[in-house]
Design a protein around this ligand. Structure first.
Ligand code: ZN
Length: 473
């Protein structure tokens, strides 16, 4: 009896359990686990529910949220019930970051250095889609003697690598500069005094003593003579420059130019410094072509814009590179002395990484006369001077970023301003922008105008007397 009633009890319990299960609603989830990338949308999975054979999907209640902006594990609960019973299932959503950081080297991956021990790290940046700026986490290691491996991982262990190969040797030609004017006028019968040239090399240093001078001036005969100065560095890279010496009659002669204005061909002392801000830009190559054709050296106050190749071309073709700004955002630059130098150092590092040379010439964004500086320009000027920089304002603006930018014929406006403000009895420090098409288009006309009037073009160097606005705030 006991045995039989025991068996019956087990059967009854089994029946009860089975019927309870069959009374509970049925809930089907497409999957138990889902993985999405951070910042992507979470799209709900497919699910369905039935109760006593009836579709009750629309009665499913979902609970829980997925924060797609943050990496993590999120649980969503799906539940559905009928009169007596409830069925519950969960979905696990993993929000992950599987995007590698962007690791960028400042300066080229194939990097020229004179020797391994003179290598100065040009810098790098690492930005992650999720962690933000992780430049400080970059690890640098020498591999194979002359290769540097840069490695950075984000918090989710996504790793990026870069390799910089140091190419040892002197690949740059020396920098040779004339002392005195590149075009010299002397009166027939007077003596020609050789004022020489200076040369320096990125690897060998001062090479002035090795300059070879060729050419002769016959001062008893009218004519144009060329003196060639050339120098070689220890790796055989050669550079040269020429000076034109024009021997002419005593009296100054007059000639007529295109626009019928009589000009004096002698006794002009006017000097022009062409300076270009805000580049390199789309029109810099055109400007460089014109300068090359006319054998003129200019000064470029550069930014972070444009290609490294164009900046390198400015340098390789012997122009002076100065520093303008990294951001050109006045409020940010002039918020404090520190922020000013943060901005300046960025563009300085760029120049150094491309040219291998530090430049100490600067032009303040907006000039020293800007009214933006929160700390006062006099304080910034003091710091800048203390750090050995020389800043250059201007005394001739062609207004290519000013009034001419709003004129219909922008090129004519720029050229006219140049002609109007150019003065023979002063050093003309000309402000231009190599990011303006009309400045590039008008440049040759400006150069011709000045050449016809015997102006001398110069580039900023250590001997240049700076033009500086005074007083400033
Ligand atoms: Zn500017």
């Amino acid at each position: 009896m006991v045995k039989i009633s025991g068996i019956i009890l087990v059967i009854v319990i089994a029946v009860v359990i089975i019927s309870v299960f069959s009374l509970s609603p049925k809930l089907v989830l497409e999957k138990k686990e889902e993985t999405i990338n951070v910042f992507d949308n979470f799209e709900d999975i497919y699910y369905s529910a039935t109760s006593f054979g009836k579709d009750v999907t629309d009665q499913v209640v979902k609970d829980g949220v997925v924060d797609t902006e943050h990496v993590g594990k999120y649980i969503i609960t799906y539940s559905v019930k009928n009169m007596f019973f409830k069925t519950k299932k969960t979905l696990t959503v993993n929000v992950i970051d599987n995007v590698s950081p962007e690791l960028n080297l400042i300066g080229d991956n194939d990097y020229n250095v004179c020797s391994l021990d003179t290598y100065i790290e040009p810098g790098y940046t690492a930005l992650d889609n999720y962690d933000g700026d992780i430049t400080n986490n970059v690890e640098k290691n020498f591999i194979n003697d002359n290769e540097i491996e840069y490695k950075v991982s984000d918090a989710s262990n996504n790793t990026s690598k870069q390799v910089r190969k140091l190419i040892v040797g002197d690949k740059k030609k020396p920098d040779i500069k004339l002392k005195g004017n590149d075009v010299l006028y002397i009166t027939k019968g007077s003596a020609y005094k050789e004022s020489g040239a200076t040369a320096s090399d990125n690897c060998d240093g001062d090479l002035t003593k090795g300059i070879n001078i060729e050419g002769k001036v016959n001062t008893s005969k009218k004519g144009t003579y060329e003196i060639k100065y050339s120098v070689k560095d220890s790796s055989g890279n050669e550079a040269s420059i020429t000076r034109k010496v024009i021997v002419q009659d005593k009296k100054s002669s007059s000639k007529t130019t295109n626009d019928n204005t009589p000009v004096t061909t002698t006794n002009t002392t006017g000097v022009i410094y062409l300076t270009f801000d805000d580049g390199p830009g789309s029109f810099t190559n055109k400007i460089l072509d014109i300068l090359k054709k006319n054998d003129i050296k200019a000064t470029f106050f550069v930014t972070m814009a444009g290609s490294n190749d164009v900046l390198r071309r400015e340098f390789d073709e012997g122009h002076t590179i100065g520093l303008h700004t990294a951001t050109h955002v006045y409020k940010q630059i002039y918020a404090s002395i520190d922020s000013y130098f943060d901005d300046l150092n960025r563009v300085s590092n760029r120049v150094q990484s491309i040219t291998g040379k530090e430049t100490k010439f600067i032009r303040f964004p907006g000039g020293t006369s800007n009214h933006v500086s929160a700390v006062g320009m006099s304080n910034i000027v003091r710091e800048v001077n203390a750090k050995g920089y020389t800043y250059f304002d201007w005394n001739l603006s062609v207004e290519d970023a000013g009034e001419c930018a709003y004129k219909k014929d922008k090129k004519t406006c720029v050229v006219n301003n140049f002609k109007k403000y150019l003065k023979p009895n002063k050093v003309n420090m000309v402000l231009m922008h190599d990011i303006k098409s009309y400045t590039a288009n008008g440049l040759e006309e400006m150069i011709n105008y000045a050449k016809e009037r015997n102006y001398t073009f110069k580039q900023i160097d250590d001997s240049t007397e700076p033009v500086q606005f005074k007083p400033y705030r």
